[in-house]
Ligand binder design. Structure first.
Ligand SMILES: [Cu+2]
Length: 316
């Protein structure tokens, strides 16, 4: 428990630092703005250069934003229930549908294990409930990703403790290939702070490319990234949607992501195949754009995070 407590305190400090010095964090879904930036060696763009989102923190760091507050309420053991209090203090009961749902609830332990993406049920009084989203003891972060009707999209986050014997897991080392449920998923591309990066995830099974991915929540994949250290939340959507005439059902799904800083991130890819949703996880390291300084001893490989060390061991 001691480590968890320290991490939580550390997160508060980081949030304050970001508030003072850094703005962007919300992932750019479709904006092509950064694509036109050809001068790779240029100085790091300021927040204002990035499309006017400079006053926004990454998602999920705040429990209350723009008048909306995430309020957990009592729930049966293992379950989770909450309300969103609106600017008038009353529970919000009207939400826009985004990606097929009014509410996306993402939970992850503070050590970045145990990720789940679930869809709670809304009661008429504005209470959202879901059974057993928290898989075991530990310090969890719950993210409510929603759009109140008449408002703008928000991701609010709150810590939830599940009592019990806690075994902290180190962050897995960076890798570009992972397996889940018999599928192999390969990642190409690496995120870089301050610019839109293309991340492509390619799904195969038994050595064969999977070319019949099924739409899940209106897309062939959903990608969430959480930053190690404070669990800043980025929900990344694919470049293209099923039925748009150019997006194929695999094996590759491409995402456009902008990360708010250097550091380690855990990526969680939800995809559907065979009538089931699978979640592939990766650790990636976001490096600063190459500027000629600070040479990397491991060589010139352009693959980004794959050949770096094991930053998960950094917190001791
Ligand atoms: Cu969802």
């Amino acid at each position: 428990m001691r480590t968890v407590t320290r991490l939580a305190g550390f997160a508060v400090g980081l949030a304050a630092v970001f508030g003072a010095t850094y703005g962007v964090g919300r992932v750019v879904d479709t904006a092509p703005a950064a694509e036109s930036r050809h001068d790779d060696a240029a100085t790091t763009p300021t927040a204002d250069e990035r499309g006017g989102t400079g006053d926004r923190l990454p998602g999920g760091l705040l429990v209350s934003e723009h008048g909306y507050t995430l309020e957990p309420v009592d729930a049966p053991a293992g379950g989770f229930a909450f309300r969103i209090a609106g600017p008038d203090g009353r529970p919000v009961t009207r939400y826009d549908v985004a990606h097929d749902k009014q509410m996306h609830l993402i939970v992850a332990r503070r050590d970045l294990s145990g990720f789940r993406h679930v869809h709670p049920e809304l009661a008429p009084d504005g209470t959202w409930r879901v059974d057993t989203p928290l898989a075991g003891p530990g310090q969890w972060r719950a993210f409510a990703d929603f759009t109140p009707t008449g408002g703008e999209p928000l991701t609010l986050g709150v810590d939830v403790t599940v009592p019990g014997e806690l075994t902290e897991r180190p962050l897995p080392a960076p890798a570009t290939t992972t397996t889940v449920d018999g599928y192999t998923v390969t990642l190409t591309g690496a995120p870089q702070p301050g610019r839109t990066s293309s991340l492509t995830l390619t799904v195969s099974r038994d050595g064969q490319p999977v070319t019949d991915l099924e739409p899940y929540l209106g897309a062939y994949g959903h990608l969430v990234a959480l930053r190690q250290g404070d669990l800043a939340y980025l929900h990344v959507h694919p470049d293209g949607t099923p039925g748009d005439g150019r997006t194929r059902p695999g094996p590759a799904v491409t995402f456009l992501a902008e990360v708010p800083s250097t550091g380690s991130y855990r990526l969680y890819l939800d995809f559907q195949h065979g009538g089931r949703v699978h979640t592939a996880e990766f650790t990636v390291v976001a490096d600063a754009a190459p500027t000629g300084d600070a040479p990397t001893p491991s060589g010139p490989a352009p693959t980004g995070g794959a050949d770096h060390g094991t930053p998960g061991h950094g917190h001791n």
